[in-house]
Design a binder for this molecule. Sequence first.
Ligand code: GTP
Ligand code: GTP
Ligand code: MG
Ligand code: MG
Lengths: 291, 278
Amino acid sequence: TLTEKFNTVIRDVTGKGKLSEENIQDALKSVKMALLEADVNYKVVRDFLNRVKDRSVGEEVHRSLNPGQQFIKVVQQELTALMGGTDSKVKLASAAPTIIMMAGLQGSGKTTSVAKLARIYKNKGHRPLMVAADVYRPAAIHQLQVLGRDLGIPVYSSESQDPVAICSAAKQKAVAEGFDLVFLDTAGRLHIDDNLMHELERIKADVSPHEILFVADAMTGQDAVNIAQRFNERLEITGVILTKLDGDARGGAALSIRTVTEKPIKFVGVGEKMDQLEVFHPDRVASRILG
Amino acid sequence: FSSREKIDGAVLEELEQILIESDIGVQHSMALIGKLEEAIKTRDLDRPALIKGYIRNEILGVLSADGHQLKRPASDPFVIMVVGVNGVGKTTTIGKLARRFTQAGEAVLLAAGDTFRAAAAEQLEIWGGRVGADVIRHQSGSDPSAVIFDALKAAESRKAGVVIADTAGRLHTKVNLMEELKKMKRVMDKVIPGTPHEVLLVLDATTGQNALSQARIFNEAVGVTGIVLTKLDGTAKGGIVTAIVGELGLPVKLIGIGEGMEDLRDFDPEEFVRALFE
Ligand SMILES: Nc1nc2c(ncn2[C@@H]2O[C@H](COP(=O)(O)OP(=O)(O)OP(=O)(O)O)[C@@H](O)[C@H]2O)c(=O)[nH]1
Ligand SMILES: Nc1nc2c(ncn2[C@@H]2O[C@H](COP(=O)(O)OP(=O)(O)OP(=O)(O)O)[C@@H](O)[C@H]2O)c(=O)[nH]1
Ligand SMILES: [Mg+2]
Ligand SMILES: [Mg+2]
């Protein structure tokens, strides 16, 4: 584990007045390995290491008798700071309804997360409406309807083949019938599919969502940076939901996505059941990434 | 690579970045670079341009190992079980694969073995309708092994050529779900000895090094006979299959390159390696 590797570093570094560049070299290499093995993006790792190095070199260690431990603290602090705070609240609009749009790649967990999130707000006393705007995937609308029926949350769907029209009509229904939260479930799409990315832009332009949540799979590899960047560039996402954290993926994608978008990770999916969506804890995910 | 005069640390670091960014994985990238460093010492690898060729050949050598084709038994039905973690593209792949057989005039039966996820059976039924395959399904929440049992019985009585069993997505770390998968496989073998003839593990090309754990654990549980790598129409390279083939000997048989019924291809190692370095 990284802790074991750091303990070797501690032995080598203890007793020296300041952390010198040479001392840090091996320690940085262990951090690099840990982060890359956690699927953090290569360039994100390089930038992170430079930051840690700048902070550690010459850091006063004679006050603390344990320079190695000080180095570990620097790494953990930098990582946790990068992961962001617990800003997990969905921004409720001053005038209802609050519109929350989910977006992301195919299979990332959008439909499941829409239902989980709507359930949280229903339990807080809100009146959510879920919108089945995925007209492409076979039985996608049916999937959301089943979840809505199980949770006792209404689902809006229509015969329309135009997701923009569906979202627009859903907003009108919400206003007319007093729903205060509208969750838009959109079809999975590639960040490089210009037509489908433009479709999301058109939905955004039409209904002006208050939150645009990028839903990403925690086991995503190096491409997480590229994917998140594209979604953010085109939509200006307001937050991220990281799914399938109940597996054993280290979740380095979280650091990559956070670094490139600078948007908060608001929730994490920790299972397939409807009660398995939690608030994001940066320190927990940070130590998971470090291994 | 630039046309530098010799192979130095900078060139190797550049190579390390290319390998890791293609999701080949840290361990495997280090191993490849280690081999390269040996080759540099003992062979005539003195120019950076030759490095790329060396690495490409190493990877191609691993990926070109035998066994890319689906192994079909002498007598029908040919039974294929499709497994993998959540959302990777199992159900969609089954639709595409079924079409290959129905287009060749075969009778194909699809078993809706995902009895857990909302609208899973309905999703498979729509695919069945699209490609001309019958679907055997039970109510949501029923025992998936019972669906498999019925599907194989139906295949025998209807003299179906191919049976493809869909299963619910499950994380490999969930012991009880992996046990359920083992049970489904035992049920198949009971009804028709020797089945399933193929156990295809579906992996998402955007997945990082966790794909190696997935492959390892699914293989230990049910014996994977082939890999389907989906979503290669995205920008992820899926390099982790190099480690999977190299370490576990599991052949990549098919790739998914889109959401339509025609978006399935046989795995082509040459094409794959070329795309890795693009
Ligand atoms: N284990 C686990 N599975 C999850 C989680 N979130 C979603 N899933 C599963 O992941 C699979 C895909 O979920 P969906 O909600 O259909 O994903 P999607 O993004 O809507 O997919 P598309 O609409 O096709 O793009 C399903 O099997 C879900 O049950 C999670 O946090 N943990
Ligand atoms: N772009 C692209 N999308 C794909 C590919 N294969 C599947 N998909 C999409 O990925 C999403 C998930 O596909 P499914 O077939 O439902 O995946 P699954 O593994 O059966 O999911 P679960 O049963 O929930 O575990 C759907 O939106 C599919 O259209 C592919 O090769 N390329
Ligand atoms: Mg969906
Ligand atoms: Mg499925």
